[in-house]
Design a protein around this ligand. Sequence first.
Ligand code: KG4
Ligand code: ZN
Length: 347
Amino acid sequence: MSEPLVLGIESSCDETGVGIVRGTELLAHAVASSVEEHVRFGGVVPEVASRAHLEAMVPTLEQAYAQAGLDVRDVDAIAVTCGPGLSGALLVGVAAAKALAVAHDKPLYGLNHLAAHVAVDQLEHGRFDRRVAALLVSGGHTEILLVDDIASDITMLGTTIDDAAGEAFDKVARLLGLPYPGGPHVDRVAREGDGTAIAFPRGLTAAKDAERYRYDFSFSGLKSAVSRHVQHEQRMGRQIDVADVAASFQDAVVDVLTRKTVQACRDHDVDTLVVGGGVAANGRLREMVLSRAEAAGIEVRIPRPGLCTDNGAMVAALGAEVVARGVAPSSLDLPVDSSLPVTRIVA
Ligand code: KG4
Ligand code: ZN
């Protein structure tokens, strides 16, 4: 039997994404982002994102059809992110997917966004042939996952207890007077700075946290430390060395992310690590994860940045795996679930 042809729809945050895949082959990848509309608020405004999804959905679908040279009538199934994410935003994608499923009599699969972030790597580096670990880092996620089967068996080993990694980048960028979204700007200015200039705290890495919070993260203390540093320098009438602060903050984040992830791989005897999410574009993270993983004998797979950030191809990629395993479709009254746990891959 040939590989399943699947249409995937993503709308959990500020990207409207439509992708089409055949098995692990990418046929279409269309994304519309509303990030510009959130810039003046310094973060994603849910209502603004929902409205933008509504406006972008049909044009993005049409763009994907044009890229693939086929349309919804040709596909075997329709996959859609139904959680976790912003409820109003998720509703737009799920409603669109249901309408297409009913109109064209196609099976509908409500899928987990986090699992899709991992599945997308298969479009670039081929199928996972054994257990892999995944580090997801974006504006909304910071998770270490253990993936035994991408369509049916994922365990969350750890997550953030406060801010997501990308959120910390965005907040610190704001403290340093850099534009939103701040991650790429911090990445850029940090290149001119010294990452050892300021000893910022490494959250949840004390010996007392090694058991309960072994694979968990906390970035709010780090953010406060940066804020205190900036205020202190201002009080002393000194110029803030933006490059040094950015580099030292970035090193603190990346140090903890990579240290805990490599530890998780070691503890679970995993020799393949997938890294995804917008923060996976960070130069320092890529450098440190590669060097630390290599030293531990772990192979690192990072999809290209356009597949790391939210998109529909990742949902289609997971959908193809789910369909190939003969999993029953979701019901047509599929709800959205803003806090869908990663253990529920198909809702
Ligand atoms: O995956 P994504 O596009 O959207 C979601 O949050 O789902 O991730 C966006 C986040 C933002 O917080 C942004 O500042 C961060 O990823 N980001 C970066 C870099 N590029 C994007 N953070 C650090 N370094 C980067 N180069
Ligand atoms: Zn995401």
